[in-house]
Design a protein around this ligand. Structure first.
Ligand SMILES: *Cc1c(COP(=O)(O)O)cnc(C)c1O
Length: 879
């Protein structure tokens, strides 16, 4: 989707921004732009393409940041504060240009400079590729955290992998998902700076030998890690932190064997295999796929990062000129390492290996340093998502690390038995090594044992960790367990994506709220103010009109802009496996068992389902359709339902659900009896940039996961901040959203966690619900009988089967309450004043969900550093 036509409000805003842009700034911006067009892009205005203009602008903006970047790093070197290292396999950054201009406060000057040169800045912004180095919430959280860590003045660094291909582009062809590689670096990345001089070797394979100085890992194969740095500007505070992403590079002597055998050409060609490590992001969200290449990616990132951290620790001057630290004792006082899920958990045995084998510390000393340095964030309780690496794979690729893990486990289990003598069951449950079947390392257990803090990402999720998934560990170390409810950066998710609403809020509250989001609470008294309601709803309507025009253009479906814009977007359709366990009997597993025999029919069922329950939404759509068909003259509140998200490639049933949504849409959208009362849009290729475009236009946000399955959610917070109302279950952060705004301002339905647990114990029989609700029965029969697939009964019969026989997520148990709740939504929507009041109450209650609040809590309660809202001095740079 490209930027649409400018609304009156936006034009007015532009004029006001231009008015305040400093003439000198504008002139220097124009000069810099022309210089880059000439010297960097080697073009003139006659032959420059829009992309050239984008790059010239990006370089101009980057120039405004480099002095701040250098000075910030110099400041850290001089002051030597405790450093915070955020380790993540994913950074879902989206675009950088607009965010950078906003955080530097140069948007007005850039806008005016381009206007004076006859260029439209919005058209150029739309040319930037998304940096899609993430799957969904976990990767986007890392991106929001970087923004907040810089805004809070923390000496923080993001570390990850510079994937050559990010998350695939989704195309819908004949209703089905297809994948295209995301070649995001094709035209170059104007923000990154390669630092080949800091290249670091990473070892794989080899063997461990005993030497007089201790253990040695020898005969390894080396892959080089080449760092690329990107700037992370704080919001108007002159701080610029660093995101350092590693790219794999073959060493010169790679495959020397071939070389010596005279096969020079083959040796050069084979250098590529080492570089495959940073080739592509694994497109799994909340799902563990035990692939060797993924293990190598995880270790590659951890090993390169830890060498960098130790190097920086050693050269820090800690107040003494030209001094070099030789003792590792103060490491935990100077370094905090945060593990974004278990993906970077090999940092724990890697740090141990450095301390033991290279620094020659005694085990207990090394272990004390490691555990005081590391902290672990858990992101899911779904069993199929938990990482369990086979010991055989570790023994081959990381033999020394496996030894260290075994010894950690040995000492850990001794401690367990000291605390609970003779409790062998407990010992088995708490082991880092799972012995049933193939021996595997449970990476979550390793992360808990090797960290001083373990946190969940919303209150409910953290409670479930303590009472269920990590109960034994909680009983052993209650003080380790914490909660850090997720948040989102208000810069991208309001200032950038909804400028009209941001301006309105600034009119009322002044301009400090973007870094002090609690101030939004001051809007609460205005919730019943008719003038303010009108202003808020006028902005919403303009956002809806713009999206409607875009959707009509993209999908050829006519949109009723006064309908409820009802949106469910999730980056991934969650999948689970149903395993063959004999005819008619099924159980779930994380194993890779694709084919199952049921009633002698060969049926392919890979990881099917989604805990996010898009199918429940589809059941609601079909119910509305049937109601209108049954009563064509009836009064219905019009709706436009939008669903978006990518299925993991190769997972059959998730893709089938996408197809069902598309085919239901085809039937609904083309039925003249339905008209403009119901439309269904499948949002193709949902990603950060699309989220920025649709969320400000949403009336209703669907957050309908089975209670106890969504750890937090952050999409829910983005909608709330932009004045959409939520229909949701008491799951993840929805619980805290309801608490902040009061249950009058949110549509809560469905089973609570305790009720889900009780249903599990009692036994869930979907047929009971099917047989006792006629509307539900009709929907499922239509799916089964091919109503939406031109009578092809086979097309979606497996989806009906899942709902009725193997559904782990109890869709039908929540159906009736969901439909009733949607009816209440319709009623509320008809009362425009009431709806506006609720929307304002949502906005005004969203202060808690700023990632600034989340990061301030991590800083004080886990990392032992204090946030600072003070600005660094401005460099007064003119380029
Ligand atoms: C915020 C965000 C997510 C996470 O959304 P949830 O609804 O919490 O799963 C996923 N993808 C994108 C592009 C996002 O911006």
């Amino acid at each position: 989707m490209s930027a649409g036509v400018k609304t009156e409000a936006e034009k007015r805003k532009q004029i006001s921004v231009r008015a305040i842009a400093d003439v000198e700034d504008v002139n220097s911006m124009k000069k810099s732009f022309n210089r880059h067009l000439h010297y960097t892009l080697v073009k003139d205005r006659n032959i420059a393409t829009p992309r050239d203009y984008f790059f010239a602008l990006a370089h101009t903006v980057k120039d405004n940041l480099v002095s701040r970047w250098i000075r910030t790093q110099q400041h850290y070197y001089d002051k030597d504060p405790k450093r915070v290292y955020y380790l993540s396999l994913e950074y879902y950054m989206g675009r950088t240009l607009t965010n950078t201009m906003i955080n530097l406060g140069i948007q007005g000057a850039c806008d005016e400079a381009l206007y004076q040169m006859g260029l439209d800045i919005e058209n150029l912004e739309a040319i930037e590729e998304d940096a899609g180095l993430g799957n969904g919430g976990l990767g986007r959280l890392a991106a929001c955290f970087l923004d907040s860590m810089a805004t809070l003045g923390l000496a923080a660094y993001g570390y990850g992998i510079r994937y050559e291909y990010g998350i695939f582009a989704q195309r819908i062809v004949n209703g089905e998902q297809t994948e295209e590689p995301d070649d995001w670096l094709r035209f170059g990345n104007p923000w990154e700076k390669a630092r080949p001089e800091y290249t670091i070797p990473v070892n794989f394979y080899g063997k461990v030998v005993e030497t007089p100085e201790g253990k040695k890992w020898i005969d390894t194969q080396v892959v080089l890690a080449l760092p690329y740095d990107s700037p992370v500007p704080g919001y108007k505070n002159n701080v610029v932190n660093t995101l350092r992403l590693w790219s794999a590079k073959s060493p010169v002597d790679f495959n020397l064997k071939f070389f010596n055998n005279g096969d020079y050409i083959q040796a050069v060609i084979d250098r590529n295999v080492a570089e495959n490590i940073s080739r592509v992001l694994y497109p799994n969200d909340n799902f563990f796929e035990g692939k060797e290449l993924r293990l190598k990616q995880e270790y590659f990132m951890c090993a390169a990062t830890l060498q960098d951290i130790v190097r920086r620790y050693k050269v820090s001057k800690f107040g003494i000129r030209d001094a070099v630290r030789t003792s590792m004792d103060s490491f935990p006082d100077k370094v905090a390492i945060q593990l974004n899920d278990t993906h970077p958990s090999l940092a724990i045995p890697e740090l141990m290996r450095i301390l033991l084998d290279q620094e020659h510390l005694p085990w207990d000393n090394a272990w004390d340093i490691t555990t005081r340095t590391c902290a672990y964030t858990n992101h899911t309780v779904l069993p199929e998502a938990l990482e369990r690496w086979p010991c055989s794979m570790l023994a081959c690729i990381l033999p020394r690390h496996l030894e260290i893990i075994y010894h950690i486990n040995h000492l850990h289990l001794e401690e367990v038995l000291r605390k609970w003598p003779g409790d062998l069951d407990r010992m088995g449950r708490m082991s880092l090594i799972e012995e049933h079947g193939e021996k595997k390392v449970n990476m979550a257990h390793l992360s808990i044992v090797g960290s001083h803090a373990v946190n969940g990402v919303a209150w409910l999720h953290s409670e479930i960790l303590k009472s269920d998934l990590f109960k034994d560990f909680y009983e052993m170390w209650p003080e380790k367990f914490q909660n850090k409810t997720n948040g989102i950066t208000p810069r991208r998710w309001l200032l950038l994506c909804n400028p009209s609403l941001a301006d309105l809020i600034t009119d009322k509250l002044g301009d400090e709220w973007p870094s002090h989001l609690d101030q939004l609470a001051k809007l609460k008294p205005l919730a019943k103010d008719k003038m303010f309601q009108n202003e808020v709803m006028k902005i919403k309507q303009e956002n809806k009109m713009r999206l409607a025009a875009q959707l009509e253009n993209d999908y050829g479906v006519e949109i009723n802009p006064s309908s409820i814009f009802d949106i469910q977007v999730k980056e991934k359709f969650q999948l689970y496996t149903v395993e063959k366990a004999g005819v008619g009997t099924w159980r779930s597993t994380e194993e890779n068992d694709n084919f199952c025999i049921i009633d002698s029919i060969l049926l392919q069922v890979k990881r099917i389902h989604e805990y996010k329950r898009q199918l429940l939404n589809v059941l609601h759509i079909i119910t509305l359709y049937n109601r209108i068909k049954k009563n064509p003259k009836g009064n219905f509140v019009p709706r436009t339902v939008m669903i978006g998200g990518k299925a993991a490639p190769g997972y059959y049933t998730a893709k089938k659900i996408i197809k069902l949504v598309n085919l239901v849409g085809r039937v609904v959208n083309n039925d003249p009896v339905i008209g403009d009362r119901l439309k269904v849009i499948y949002l193709e290729n949902y990603r950060v940039t699309m989220a920025e475009q649709i969320i400000p236009a949403a009336d209703l946000s669907e957050q309908i996961s089975t209670a106890g399955t969504e750890a937090s959610g952050t999409g829910n917070m983005k909608f709330m901040l932009n004045g959409a109302l939520t229909i949701g279950t008491m799951d993840g952060a929805n619980v805290e959203m309801a608490e902040e705004m009061g249950e009058d301002n949110i549509f809560i339905f469905g089973m609570r966690v305790e009720e889900v647990e009780a249903l599990k114990v009692k036994g869930y029989d979907a047929m009971e619900y099917y047989n006792s609700n006629e509307e539900l029965k009709l929907c499922i029969d239509q799916i089964k009988d091919g109503y939406f697939s031109d009578g092809n009964a086979g097309e979606f019969s497996d989806i009906a089967d899942i709902l009725l026989k193997w559904d782990r997520f109890y869709l039908l148990a929540d159906y009736e309450d969901y439909i009733k709740c949607q009816d209440r939504v319709n009623e509320a929507f008809m009362n425009k004043r009431k709806w506006a009041e609720m929307a304002i109450n949502n906005i005004a209650s969203s202060g808690k969900f700023s990632s600034d609040r989340t990061i301030a809590e991590y800083a004080r309660e886990i990392w032992g550093v204090e946030p600072s809202w003070e600005k660094l001095p401005s460099p007064h740079e003119k380029v």
